[in-house]
Design a protein. Structure first.
Ligand SMILES: Cc1cc2nc3c(=O)[nH]c(=O)nc-3n(C[C@H](O)[C@H](O)[C@H](O)COP(=O)(O)OP(=O)(O)OC[C@H]3O[C@@H](n4cnc5c(N)ncnc54)[C@H](O)[C@@H]3O)c2cc1C
Length: 296
């Protein structure tokens, strides 16, 4: 379903994010996870695109499998890094033929071993350029073309310390044709509300979906701090985790409780949608949905 239709229903969406695994065993484990979460009937599920485009085929294969074997509505991520116009055109064509309705358009992380990667040399230096290109694509059966999502950063993107300019850049993505914004994970709802108000002041009026990741273990927390550069862990959460000591189950319960409270507060404050970063596991996602009373 086109993003504009998804968000026009007037009630907050629930969506999940998966990353495409590499081994056949991990692929089957993920599919068990997906089937377990299918009954919650999320509005959509998104599938990441590995850093530097490293999972191009894996992302495509998982998206097609979701289309063919489940009732879920997959949203593939697509990134600018290293891609030519011809390559993006082929990818769009394949998704259009498979009946994919929406794409999350991102600049993308650089390849893992290239921290000095120069995005300005890419055909699409910024996500806004990719949004413009997707918008011009005419091969989709929906006359509106693909629905397009873009990334937003409630705590700011680390590469643009000028927070005023950053909002101008975000507005450029929306003006280029984005239908919704999905945010980076955050642990302090005030950051999200402030971001939403700043979007409002900048004239950005598309729905903003809040990205939430429950802490399920101290190691996953450390990994996410690395991946979601700049994410702030509030003292309130850290103190609670400290009380859990070295009990993995207590850490998990605290993480779930914290994420559930965050989601409940967001729902009370008219969030357009909640996007749960599942890390390819179903248990935490299912428990949060249950605690929120939204399990089908
Ligand atoms: C929800 C979500 C999903 C993600 N999924 C993936 C994924 O699947 N694969 C992956 O590789 N990465 C993913 N990322 C990470 C993302 O690609 C990186 O954070 C990337 O650095 C920023 O992407 P963007 O789309 O926001 O880029 P952009 O909007 O292009 O912004 C990138 C940087 O450039 C600045 N900028 C924007 N426009 C201009 C301009 N005109 N002039 C100068 N500076 C400008 C921005 O302020 C920002 O600092 C995801 C991030 C989020 C929040």
């Amino acid at each position: 379903m086109h993003a504009r239709n998804i968000f026009s229903k007037g009630k907050p969406t629930i969506s999940f994010e998966f990353f495409p695994p590499k081994t056949s065993e991990a692929k089957e484990n993920l599919f068990t996870t997906i089937l377990d979460l299918e009954s919650i009937q999320p509005a959509f599920v998104s599938v990441t695109y590995g850093a530097g485009g490293s999972t191009r085929e894996l992302t495509h294969d998982l998206v097609l499998r979701l289309k063919k074997q489940t009732s879920l509505d997959p949203v593939p991520h697509l990134t600018c890094v290293g891609h030519t116009e011809a390559e993006i055109d082929v990818i769009l064509q394949r998704y259009a033929e498979a009946g994919v309705s929406n794409i999350l358009a991102l600049r993308g992380d650089p390849p893992r071993d290239r921290s000095d990667y120069d995005h300005t040399r890419d055909t699409f230096p910024q996500a806004a350029d990719l949004v413009r290109f997707i918008k011009k694509f005419t091969g989709h059966s929906d006359p509106r073309g693909f629905g397009i999502g873009v990334a937003g950063f409630p705590e700011g993107h680390p590469s643009t310390p000028n927070r005023l300019l950053e909002m101008d850049y975000l507005k450029q993505k929306v003006d280029a044709g984005a239908d919704y914004i999905c945010t980076q994970l955050f642990f302090e709802n005030r950051d999200f509300y402030d971001f939403r108000e700043r979007c409002d002041l900048a004239g950005i009026s598309v729905p903003i979906v809040a990205g939430i990741m429950p802490v399920t273990s101290l190691s996953s927390m450390k990994r996410m701090a690395e991946l979601a550069g700049g994410a702030r862990y509030p003292a309130r959460l850290l103190k609670a985790l400290q009380r859990a000591g070295d009990s993995p189950e207590a850490v998990r319960q605290i993480g779930l409780h914290y994420a559930t409270e965050q989601c409940a507060d967001l729902l009370d404050n008219s969030v357009a949608g909640i996007h749960l970063y599942t890390l390819n596991q179903s248990t935490a996602t299912r428990e949060i949905c249950q605690r929120l009373g939204i399990t089908k």
